[in-house]
Design a protein around this ligand. Structure first.
Ligand code: TXA
Ligand code: MG
Length: 346
C-alpha cells in the first residue's frame, strides 16, 4: 500500500486533507494524525475489522487495548455504561486535553478495542487538527501511538513514516507535537481512582479536582512485568537500539562521571551518546543531544532524541536525570522505561 502524506501548512491544505482523511477513516482505512501529545494511528472505533488493522500495522500485542478519541464531549455518552460524578468534574476541567479516562464500556465498544476488558479508555484531544479529523470522520477514532510496538512514540510525521510507511493509508503531517509524551491514563472504575500512566495532566491537578487518587507503582522492572494493571505497561517500551543508562546524583558528579565514561568508551572503540539538559555541560568523545532545560522542552524532545541516537548508531547512551516533580514524573517515567530501569546512582 502507498502511504499518502498530507502536509498541513495553511487553512486550505488543512480543509482538503481533513475531508479526505476523514473519509478514509470512515471507510475502514488507517490514518496517522497529530494530537497535542504524540501522533496517533487512527481507525474507525466502531468497525472491528478496521481496528484489527491497527494491531497488524503496528505489530501490537493483541492484549493491549486502545484509546478511543472523540470530537465532542457528548460523544462519550454512548461509549460508556454511565458517567460517574468524578468523570464529569475531570471532563469539565481537562477536556479537550491530555487526560484519558478508563470507564465501563457500553456494548458499542467491541472486544477488539477493549481486548476483552469490561472497560474502555476515552479521550478528547485538544489538537485542532485531531479534533477536526475526528469530527470530519463522524465516528469515534481508536488510536494508539503511531509507532511500531516497542519504539518511542512518534512526535513528527517523519517518525511515523520511519515506522509505518507502506503499512497505513495516510499520515497527516502538521509538524512537531506540543507535549511530546502520551496522555495521563486514569482508571475511574476503581475507588480511589488510579493513575495508570503519568502524563502532562499531573497527579496534583487530578487530586485538586476529585480528591484522593492512587498512583500505579509499576515503576520497577519487576512490578511492570509481574502485576500489569494496564496491559500496555508490561511491554518493553521506547527502547533505543543502544543500551541507555540514566545517571543520577549531584550535578557536578553526574557531569564528571559521564565525561569520564565517554573517554573510557572511546578507548574501547565504543561510540557514546549523551542526553543532556544543561547547555553549559561540555562533553567530548561523544554524540551529544541537548534536549532543553525546562521540563516542557525536555518532554517535547525526548522521543525524538531517542530516535536520533538510533540514526547516529551509538553503542551506549548516558542520560542526565531530571527532578521527579509534576510533569517531570511523566518524563522520567518514559526515560526509565527506555533505559530498562538501568540507573547509576552517584
Ligand atoms: O496521548 C496518548 O494517549 C496517545 C495519543 C495518540 O492519544 N495514545 C496512546 O495510546 O498513547 P497507546 O495505545 O500507545 O497507549 C494507551 C495505553 C496503553 O498502556 C494501554 O494498555 C492503556 O492505555 N489502556 C487502554 N485501554 C485500557 C483499558 N481499558 N484499561 C487499562 N488500560 C488501558
Ligand atoms: Mg504507545
Amino acid at each position: 500500500m502507498k502511504t499518502r502524506r498530507y502536509i498541513i501548512k495553511s487553512a486550505q491544505d488543512s480543509h482538503d486533507a481533513i475531508v479526505e482523511a476523514g473519509l478514509i477513516l470512515r471507510n475502514g482505512g488507517l490514518v496517522a494524525f497529530p494530537t497535542e501529545t504524540v501522533y496517533g494511528l487512527g481507525a474507525n472505533a466502531l468497525d472491528p475489522s478496521a481496528v484489527r488493522k491497527i494491531f497488524k500495522a503496528k505489530k501490537r500485542p493483541a492484549d493491549n487495548p486502545l484509546i478511543v478519541h472523540i470530537g465532542y464531549k457528548k460523544d462519550l455518552n454512548r461509549l460508556v455504561r454511565h458517567i460517574p460524578a468524578q468523570a464529569r468534574l475531570l471532563i469539565n476541567k481537562f477536556w479537550p486535553g491530555s487526560l484519558t479516562l478508563i470507564l465501563e464500556k457500553s456494548d458499542l465498544i467491541s472486544e477488539i478495542v477493549s481486548c476483552g476488558l469490561p472497560t474502555v479508555a476515552v479521550r478528547m484531544p485538544s489538537s485542532p487538527v485531531a479534533l477536526s479529523l475526528i469530527r470530519s470522520a463522524g465516528v469515534p477514532v481508536a488510536a494508539p501511538s503511531a509507532n511500531r510496538s516497542g519504539k518511542p512514540s512518534p512526535t513528527t510525521a517523519e517518525h511515523v513514516i520511519e515506522d509505518l510507511d507502506g503499512r497505513i493509508n495516510a499520515v497527516i503531517d502538521a509538524g512537531n507535537t506540543h507535549v511530546g509524551i502520551e496522555s495521563t491514563v486514569l482508571d475511574l472504575t476503581v475507588d480511589p481512582p488510579v493513575i495508570l500512566r503519568p502524563g502532562f495532566i499531573t497527579e496534583k491537578q487530578i487530586r485538586r479536582c476529585i480528591g484522593t487518587v492512587n498512583v500505579y507503582k509499576g515503576g520497577t522492572a519487576t512490578a511492570a512485568v509481574s502485576q500489569p494493571r494496564s496491559p500496555g505497561m508490561k511491554y518493553r517500551h521506547y527502547a533505543p537500539d543502544a543500551r541507555l543508562i540514566i545517571v543520577r546524583g549531584k550535578e557536578t558528579d553526574v557531569h564528571r562521571f559521564i565525561a569520564r565514561q565517554a573517554g573510557v568508551n572511546r578507548k574501547r572503540k565504543l561510540k557514546t551518546g549523551i542526553l543532556t539538559t544543561k547547555k553549559n555541560h561540555r562533553y567530548q568523545n561523544a554524540d551529544i543531544i541537548y534536549i532543553g532545560s525546562s521540563v516542557n522542552m525536555i518532554g517535547r524532545n525526548l522521543f525524538s532524541a531517542l530516535r536520533e541516537f538510533n540514526r547516529l548508531g551509538v553503542d551506549v547512551i548516558y542520560s542526565e536525570s531530571i527532578p521527579e516533580k509534576d510533569f517531570g514524573k511523566a518524563v522520567m517515567n518514559r526515560l526509565k522505561k527506555a533505559a530498562g530501569y538501568e540507573i547509576t546512582e552517584l
